[in-house]
Design a binder for this molecule. Sequence first.
Ligand SMILES: *[C@@H]1O[C@H](CO)[C@@H](O)[C@H](O)[C@H]1NC(C)=O
Ligand SMILES: *[C@@H]1O[C@H](CO)[C@@H](O)[C@H](O)[C@H]1NC(C)=O
Ligand SMILES: *[C@@H]1O[C@H](CO)[C@@H](O)[C@H](O)[C@H]1NC(C)=O
Ligand SMILES: *[C@@H]1O[C@H](CO)[C@@H](O)[C@H](O)[C@H]1NC(C)=O
Ligand SMILES: *[C@@H]1O[C@H](CO)[C@@H](O)[C@H](O)[C@H]1NC(C)=O
Ligand SMILES: *[C@@H]1O[C@H](CO)[C@@H](O)[C@H](O)[C@H]1NC(C)=O
Length: 256
Amino acid sequence: MRLLIVLLLLFQGVQGKDLGKVSGYVGETITLPSGVDPSWTLSRIDWSIFINTTWIATFYKKVINTDRRPEYKGRLKLDEKSGNLTILSLCQSDALEYTVELLSKERQNVVNKIRLIVKQHLKQPTITAIQSTETEAGCTLLLSCSSPDNGVNYSWEIKPSCRHNSNISQSGASELLAFCQTSADPVNVTCTARNNTETASSDWTSKCKGPDKTHTSRDRCGLVFLFGFLVGAMVMVAGVLVYHFRGKISKAFQLF
Ligand SMILES: *[C@@H]1O[C@H](CO)[C@@H](O)[C@H](O)[C@H]1NC(C)=O
Ligand SMILES: *[C@@H]1O[C@H](CO)[C@@H](O)[C@H](O)[C@H]1NC(C)=O
Ligand SMILES: *[C@@H]1O[C@H](CO)[C@@H](O)[C@H](O)[C@H]1NC(C)=O
Ligand SMILES: *[C@@H]1O[C@H](CO)[C@@H](O)[C@H](O)[C@H]1NC(C)=O
Ligand SMILES: *[C@@H]1O[C@H](CO)[C@@H](O)[C@H](O)[C@H]1NC(C)=O
Ligand SMILES: *[C@@H]1O[C@H](CO)[C@@H](O)[C@H](O)[C@H]1NC(C)=O
């Protein structure tokens, strides 16, 4: 009976703090604080998951073991001074409650719990060209932008600026209708998806260069043709002249 009471008291002494939660992003690194009193010199650290206390990282008899579970292999770092556990390249399945049991050289004992939230960055939206037509007056573009994430708002940016209008289609994607008169440069379009916390964007470049560009290249073609024609004509005239005056030319050379 007395032993039971002692055990119960010990067990109560062991009940530690709930350290709340920390959150990290998929693929990134997060450090779970042990919550230990910094004045303690730790002799033992046990980080575990699940109610059956599955050890994932331990420090005991000066040995750090972070390779206890295949799902965390190579992804854990245990700091023996602070008891903090660092998880590298987070994955969604790491989102669990973690328990750390700490024992000091002075035989003080504490068990703390912390919940890890794993978030995901907003994914890049996809721009699809529904239509891209080149007319006498310019380029008409009809583009669609959709995000794999839910609850996002879209915005468009067009360079150089063009007349445009956008809509949310029935499928929830954003549709852009743009008419661009400018033609010297390709048209760059950016679609940005945003939710309350983050933004992600994608770029698209129009291959439609508009009518002006075609005109200038045709003009340049004409110029090259004219130049070629003139040079050809001059060479022919020179040839005829040389042939006609060949006698006089050879006489003139003999004079020197
Ligand atoms: C351990 O975590 C605590 C709380 O976040 C922090 O103050 C301390 O600097 C950390 N120690 C190390 C060595 O990372
Ligand atoms: C502990 O629980 C987890 C999940 O409930 C289970 O996968 C694991 O096999 C258990 N470990 C032991 C040693 O019972
Ligand atoms: C924003 O999107 C990210 C990625 O999907 C998600 O984790 C986060 O909870 C979202 N934020 C809001 C406020 O919806
Ligand atoms: C469009 O994007 C290309 C490549 O990123 C860049 O070279 C060009 O200057 C941009 N044009 C405009 C009008 O912003
Ligand atoms: C937006 O929707 C209205 C009504 O359905 C339509 O008349 C208009 O052409 C749409 N605009 C764009 C840019 O899709
Ligand atoms: C999206 O836009 C609507 C209307 O402008 C606004 O009420 C809502 O809060 C916006 N949502 C996000 C996630 O930015």
